[in-house]
Ligand binder design. Structure first.
Ligand SMILES: [Zn+2]
Length: 308
């Protein structure tokens, strides 16, 4: 594994006042509590995107990528703690090897929860801030869960970017901060032309921007733009949530999100309050994007204070 730092030219926009941010945080925290799942019933669907790279979709909610080859098994993200037994059973059908490397794209529990079992014999790779979070912080609303045990915490962390040679190709790993959370990384399989974006893609849906963890909706859209400029137009794009995309579909998704922001900007410039935007259903054109986690109303909450 080689390690180099490539500075990312992500322009940070003015952040609203602390008070405004606090309001957004308070609005979004109950979303975590509201998202109840029946984990025991979660089925894991499985497709091989390209020889050796599998996409597992846990409960039709969250993605795990499995990468097999002569040197062993790597997975990207570990889904929930509560689904890790089903996940291990599915992985056994893909490979008879134990997980050698586990990459966490970011801190959220639907991506890191399975570390608790899968990290036992694996090297866990993540941005440095993910290690800090899992080891010390982990605050969720009023609750502060116990830190994860040592074996579940990333033990190979980096800042900037990382190149890793494994199973016959180089994986280019980039820290793309400030959109979804402060510590998101994306992974590009340079030979297979597969791009794994974690929660920088909620395909077919409005994305969740975790402003309590360094996310910012303006930067989120800038991150997607950077991705579209950086990687080949025929790459296969795998997000943390929603179906697998082509780069063209990623571009269309970004265009739709930008159009929704234009509609909100116009409404705010015309004097509409957050509540009036919801009552008038100004985002009804994108109703289908609100079917998952972030409804149209929550997308308005995400943006209202960021629109100038
Ligand atoms: Zn997330």
């Amino acid at each position: 594994m080689t390690n180099f730092v490539e500075p990312l030219n992500i322009v940070k926009r003015k952040i609203p006042t602390t008070m405004k941010r606090l309001l957004i945080i308070l609005t979004l925290i109950p979303l975590f509590a509201a998202a109840q799942h029946d984990y025991a019933k979660m089925h894991i669907s499985h497709s091989e995107l390209i020889p050796g790279i599998h996409r597992l979709f846990v409960g039709d909610v969250v993605t795990v990528v499995a990468y097999t080859g002569e040197e062993g098994l790597m997975i990207i993200d570990a889904a929930y703690e509560q689904t890790v037994t089903q996940l291990i059973d599915t992985l056994k059908r893909i490979s008879d090897q134990p997980v050698k490397y586990l990459i966490n794209t970011h801190i959220h529990a639907d991506h890191t929860g399975g570390n608790i079992e899968l990290g036992k014999n694996a090297t866990i790779i993540a941005h440095h801030s993910v290690k800090k979070w899992l080891a010390f912080d982990r605050k969720q609303g009023d609750k502060i869960p116990e830190p994860m045990p040592q074996h579940a915490i990333p033990n190979f962390t980096f800042e900037g970017s990382l190149n890793m040679d494994f199973n016959g190709q180089t994986l280019n790993i980039y820290h793309l901060p400030g959109g979804h959370t402060a510590g998101d990384i994306i992974i590009y399989f340079s030979k297979s032309n597969v791009l794994v974006l974690g929660d920088l893609l909620f395909a077919d849906n409005f994305p969740f921007v975790d402003t309590s963890q360094g996310g910012n909706p303006v930067v989120y859209l800038q991150n997607i733009k950077w991705i579209l400029e950086k990687f080949p137009p025929d790459a296969i794009v795998v997000g943390g949530h929603g179906p697998v995309y082509s780069m063209e579909q990623l571009r269309e998704w970004l265009t739709n999100l930008e159009l929704s922001v234009e509609v909100m900007t116009e409404a705010k410039n015309n004097g509409l309050t957050n509540q009036q935007m919801k009552e008038k259903q100004i985002l009804s054109k994108w109703d289908s994007y609100g079917n998952f986690f972030i409804t149209g109303d929550r997308w308005i909450d995400t943006w209202y204070d960021f629109i100038e």
